[in-house]
Each structure stands twice: as C-alpha cells, then as structure tokens.
Design a binder for this molecule. Structure first.
Ligand code: AMP
Length: 471
C-alpha cells in the first residue's frame, strides 16, 4: 500500500492524517485520490467504513489550498447527521488552511444559514431539501463557481424519488464545468447509468468484494415468536451490557414511533438511551447523537435515518429490532460497527414473519448469519415487566399525541373518513381524563418509581448472581 505522499498529497495533509491516527491510505483512498487530483470525475464504491469521506475531502482540500475562494465545493448527503459528520472531517483535515465549512440542513435556523451562505464558505455540506429551499427563497448567494460537486451516499440520493425534484433545482444552479464525485457503499443501476451517460471521462472504482460486509463483523440472528420480541431485545441488551459495560449499542427499528416507544421502554426498564428519528426536532437529534458519540449514553435507538455513514468507533453491537425490507439497508445498518478494521457484532431479531426477509439478506450479503445463543428461562422471567413497560410507553406516547406530522396526518385521515377531528379530540381527552381519575400526581410518580425499582431488580438479579458465583 502506498503512502499519502505517494498519492500526490501535500505534506501538510499527510501530517494532518498522521495526527488523526490515519497512517496509510485505505483502498478507496489509494485508488480514488490520484484521479481526483488529476481532475477526473470519479465514482467510488466501497464497503461502509472504508474511509470514503477522506477519499474526497483530502484532494478537495489540496486543490482548495492553492486556489482559495468560496464556495469551492458542494457536498450533498441524504441525512442531516451525516452532513454534520462530513463537515467535521473537513474542518479537522483542513485545519491547517483554516477551512470555512457551512452546514445547510433542515431543522436549523434558515436565516442564520442564509447569512452563512452569503459570506462564501469554502465548503458547503448540505441535505438537498434545505439547499433547494434556499435557492428558491433568496438569491443572495451563488454556487456558480464551485469546482467540485460531491454526492455522498449517492445511491440513496439518486434512487430516492423524494430527492429528485430538489436535486433538479440545485443542479440548475451549478456550473457545467466542475468535477463530480459520487461515493456510495453500494453500486446501483442509477449510478451505473450516470457513468455511462456522462460526457466527460469518469474514473470508476469498485471494491472487489463477493461479500458486502466486512470480515471483522460477526453476524448473528435470534429466532423468536413476535409476541416475545421485546423481552428478547431487553435480554440481549442486558446480557451484552453486563458482559461489556463500556460497549455502545445501536438498536435499529422500522418506524419513528417504534424508535420512540422502544426508547421510552428502555428508559423505564433502567437502560438510559437516546433516540434518533425524523420526527424529533433537529436540536434533540443532534444533542442525542452527541451524547451517544461522547459516551455519556451507551444506547442509541434509531430508524434508518442513522443507518448511513455515521462513524462512531465505540459501537460494537448493532441490534436489528426488525429485519429491513431492503437487504441494502441491512448492509448500511450493520456497517455502523466493525469500522476501519475493528471488530463488531450484529444481532438481528427474526420472528416467524420475517424468515423470508432474512433469507434475502443472507443471499445479498453472500453470508449465512449464525445463531446467537440466548437463555430462554431468563427471557421468560422478564416477559411481564417488559410487556408492561411497553404498554406504558404506548399510552404515554398516545397521550402526547406523538409528533406534529402524525397529528396532521391523523386529522387528514379523520376528514377522509368523514369524521370530525375536533369531536374525536374531545373524546380522546375525555378518555384520558377518565384514565387518570382518582390518582394524584404524587401517587402516579410513586407508582412509576416502584415499577422502575422492580424492573431494576429483575435485570440486576443476574449480575448479583454472577457476582456471588464468582466469589
Ligand atoms: P468513512 O468511511 O469516511 O465514514 O470513514 C470511517 C472511519 O475510518 C473514520 O473514522 C475515518 O477517520 C477512518 N479512516 C479514514 N481513512 C482511514 C485510513 N486510511 N486508515 C484508517 N482509518 C481511516
């Protein structure tokens, strides 16, 4: 393997990599950096966690250092959290040249973003929706002189129809003469078509891999009845945390509502956690993620919004609370562990309804998942407590009327059904008041505390037993 200097990068960038603990280029960097420096368009596909961000950030920073103006490069990425992560990498790698990076995503102050854009940052990292909004609402900034356009997680940007309209608005505002760089963990027909239709010469590199996931990843499944899935989830979580208290865990689930319910359930059962899904306000998304990244909280419960690109080195267990419908999403989810050569474990909870989905995943990754051992009698002991905690979480969520979007959709649905949303709301509130009747606030708090203690004892029982056995 060559060194960063041999790839044509300047000494200051090489030093910056060394100071970050990046000693040698990864395969994608080795292959893609020289053609990008030469001025070619580039498509790079490699397994997740293989150093894709630095593969485009390093050559862009090198070129920027000799021709410093802004905006010099636009990076588009599908999720807000990824935008912040990419911006951080640019800032660290480009510290030496004081690189100015702006993050333009939904959920953040649009006026401030508008101002940031007018002061001409060197690098703009954005999700397509918000950038398109800026273009449509004011013309106080221009990206007409950018030298680079990067599509990170290009497969998702190009295939998700939700982005098509926004990308069209953005692309019209970019110069024809520019370098376009596409990076993705998975090669899809949309990316292949783009290579074929491009007028300019495109350098394309795909990591030669029969197996889509990395060797360091231990991939397992647990088969159970759907009714007892949550109890298995808590059992697996408890066993893992007991065995490895320093470890961080991500639990992926299918919907925002499930993510919220599972996080409330985990909290109730004495497992502090944060959640990440698109129905949370952006400031909660970012603060939750930063608590998780900085190790203040060890459990993150998320939808697929967190499945792409997030790079958190301490994560050594991924639990799939559901089997993803698209095998590609499985690859992205489990790619949050076993990154940059480290080991990791992924456990997928499989019920009687998802055996076929699991088979599709196995076929796609060309690997058989192995069975993860569990202790059924232990699971049975916590069954009732977990079910009660889940039910409690569902009721509380219902009372909170989870999320504004959900409420709007609910109103639309009621109207379509010919019902009166106001009347329905009155009935809901009446029911809620009836449920709480006869109980004071203090009584409710005391009951909650009692339940928490009970759960805590159940889960810590094993720890106490194993301690006394060890004596
Ligand atoms: P990425 O695929 O860009 O999300 O990068 C995954 C992780 O690998 C990040 O923590 C990078 O800092 C790290 N990384 C990037 N390049 C290298 C390299 N050449 N050697 C080791 N780690 C790297």
């Amino acid at each position: 393997m060559s060194s960063f200097l041999e790839l044509g990068l300047d000494d200051w960038l090489n030093k910056q990599c060394q100071s970050m603990g990046i000693a040698k280029p990864s395969l994608i960097q080795e292959h893609c950096i020289p053609p990008i420096l030469e001025g070619l368009n580039c498509v790079g596909c490699a397994k997740t966690g293989s150093g894709k961000t630095a593969a485009f950030a390093l050559p862009i920073l090198q070129k920027l250092s000799v021709d410093r103006y802004g905006p010099y490069a636009l990076v588009l990425t599908p999720t807000r959290e990824l935008a912040f992560q990419i911006a951080d990498q640019f800032k660290i790698l480009g510290k030496e040249i004081n690189v100015n990076v702006s993050v333009i995503t939904g959920g953040m102050d649009m006026v401030k973003q508008g101002h940031d854009l007018t002061v001409k940052p060197h690098i703009v990292v954005s999700t397509p929706g918000r950038l398109a909004d800026h273009f449509e609402s004011h013309d106080t900034f221009s990206l007409k002189k950018i030298k680079f356009l990067v599509l990170d997680e290009a497969d998702r940007l190009l295939e998700d129809t939700g982005f098509a309209e926004q990308l069209e608005i953005i692309f019209k505002k970019l110069p024809e003469k520019r370098q376009t760089l596409l990076f993705s963990a998975t090669m899809t027909p949309a990316i292949r078509d783009l290579q074929v239709s491009s007028e300019k010469k495109v350098f394309a590199w795909t990591q030669d891999a029969e197996v889509m996931t990395v060797e360091e990843l231990d991939q397992r499944y647990v088969l159970m009845n759907a009714d007892v899935k949550d109890a298995y989830l808590m059992h697996i979580l408890d066993s893992h945390i007991t065995e490895k208290p320093k470890s961080s865990v991500i639990i992926f689930t299918s919907t925002c509502k499930y993510a919220q319910i599972l996080s409330m359930m985990c909290e109730e059962l004495g497992f502090p956690c944060v959640s990440l899904h698109s129905m949370l306000p952006q400031k909660f998304r970012l603060s939750g993620l930063s608590k998780f990244k900085s190790d203040q909280v060890k459990i993150l419960i998320a939808t697929d919004v967190a499945s792409r690109g997030l790079d958190i080195p301490t994560v050594d267990l991924i639990i799939n609370h559901n089997v993803p419908n698209r095998p590609r999403d499985y690859v992205h989810r489990v790619g949050r562990t076993a990154r940059a050569g480290r080991g990791g474990l992924a456990i997928t909870l499989v019920t009687q309804f998802d055996v076929h989905l699991t088979k599709s995943v196995e076929a796609y990754i060309n690997t058989k998942l192995s069975e993860h051992p569990t202790n059924e009698p232990e699971v049975m002991k916590i069954l009732t407590e977990v079910a009660v905690a889940r039910r409690e979480a569902e009721i509380r969520l219902d009372e909170r009327d989870f999320g504004e979007k959900r409420s709007i959709n609910k109103r639309k649905k009621l109207l379509l059904e010919g019902k009166d949303p106001e009347k329905e709301e009155e009935e809901r509130l009446a029911k809620k008041a009836k449920r709480g009747q006869g109980k004071s606030k203090e009584q409710k708090v005391a009951e909650k505390q009692e339940r928490k203690e009970k759960f805590k004892n159940k889960f810590s029982m094993k720890k106490k037993n194993s301690k006394s056995e060890g004596k």
